[in-house]
Ligand binder design. Structure first.
Ligand code: F6P
Length: 340
């Protein structure tokens, strides 16, 4: 029995750990063969596949990026759905495909499953916003990087009596902003889930400086919308999604105007997706890869590996695709306790 594995969408620390786990589990536990599909759905459409054995995945557990390559090309946007991948599936005798991806990729996986392809999903994104799982791998690494950046920015900020605005990733939800903001003791955290009230933030900062503090740190998720309602974008990606980034500059200028305090803005961008996964992400990604392979071996297609509490279980892909998971209001309330 041959299973394929692909990584699609934006990359994320821990993708290689999943690939390694799928290959090792499939070969050693289920006696399967594995083929790696290059560059996401593009490889499945173009027939760009190669066999993977255990030696091919040695030494990659701790490596960022993905040895398989990735892309945002998609059989429903750039092809004719299942018809565009049928030839590769049949020519290589692929029985099932383990699809490692974010919300867009998992929606495509579900659509292909409904057309008859045997798929199992693994939820991936630093944004941590996929429904059906309590956490995605990559998030912990991104939070660690953002927290380290905020800690560093605090030391330069305190020397200058400034407001420092730090923009982090988070297209639609503010998970990284909330976790890193709490971890670094931010004075304000702005997330797409809530309308940004910059007048309130300015009041908080002014009060803080009156109490003798010499600097303030404001964390902003890239998906926040400025007061005029127009999201800050720079074109669209290959999938047709808006390219976000830059709202921190808009908020920074407004906070400087409202408070009179000099303000500097840092956009962390892709730094948050680079480098080695944390130990937590290596373990979660490994568990997801093992679970997804077991789901495929058991014929549980149309499901995805998911973390529920401390356990990794299979959940319907339809559940993951039904919603985008936002930050729990209770967590935002915890963060608010320390503002100012
Ligand atoms: O993985 C999700 C994400 O990190 C978003 O937060 C961000 O908007 C997007 O990827 C950017 O991806 P890219 O620049 O690779 O298109």
């Amino acid at each position: 029995m041959v299973i394929g594995v692909l990584t699609a969408g934006g990359d994320c620390p821990g993708l290689n750990a999943v690939t390694r786990a799928v290959v090792s589990r499939a070969i050693s536990e289920h006696g399967m063969e594995v083929v790696g599909i290059r560059n996401g759905w593009d490889g499945l459409m173009a027939g760009d596949v190669r066999p993977l054995d255990r030696d091919d995945v040695r030494g990659i557990l701790q490596r960022g990026g993905t040895i398989l390559g990735t892309s945002r090309r998609d059989p429903y946007v750039h092809g004719q759905g299942y018809e565009s991948v049928r030839e590769t599936i049949e020519a290589n005798g692929i029985y099932a495909v383990v699809v490692i991806g974010g919300d867009g990729t998992l929606r495509t996986a579900l659509a292909l499953h409904e057309e008859g392809l045997n798929v199992v999903g693994v939820p991936k994104t630093i944004d941590n916003d996929i429904a059906g799982t309590d956490m995605t791998f990559g998030f912990d690494t991104a939070v660690s990087i953002a927290t380290d950046a905020l800690d560093r920015i605090a030391t330069t900020a305190e020397s200058h009596n400034r407001i420092m605005v730090v923009e982090v990733m988070g297209r639609t939800k503010g998970w990284i902003a909330t976790y890193a903001g709490i971890a670094a003791g931010a004075d304000a955290i702005l997330v797409p889930e809530l309308e940004a009230n910059l007048a309130d933030v300015a009041d908080t900062i002014r009060a803080r400086h009156r109490r003798g503090r010499t600097y303030s740190i404001v964390v902003v998720a890239e998906g926040c919308t400025p007061p005029d309602g127009r999201q800050i974008t720079s074109g669209v990606d290959a999938f047709g999604f808006d390219r976000l980034g830059g709202v921190g500059y808009v908020f920074g200028a407004e906070l400087e105007r409202l408070t009179g305090f000099e303000t500097r803005v840092t956009v962390l961008g892709h730094l948050q997706r680079g480098g080695s996964p944390t130990a937590f992400d290596r373990v979660l990604a490994t568990r997801f890869g093992v679970a997804a392979t077991d789901l495929a071996a058991a014929g549980r297609f149309g499901e995805m590996a998911a973390l529920r509490g401390m356990e990794v279980v299979g959940v319907p892909l339809a559940e993951a695709c039904a919603d985008i998971r936002g930050v729990d209001p209770a967590l935002l309330d915890v963060a608010r306790t320390f503002f100012g």
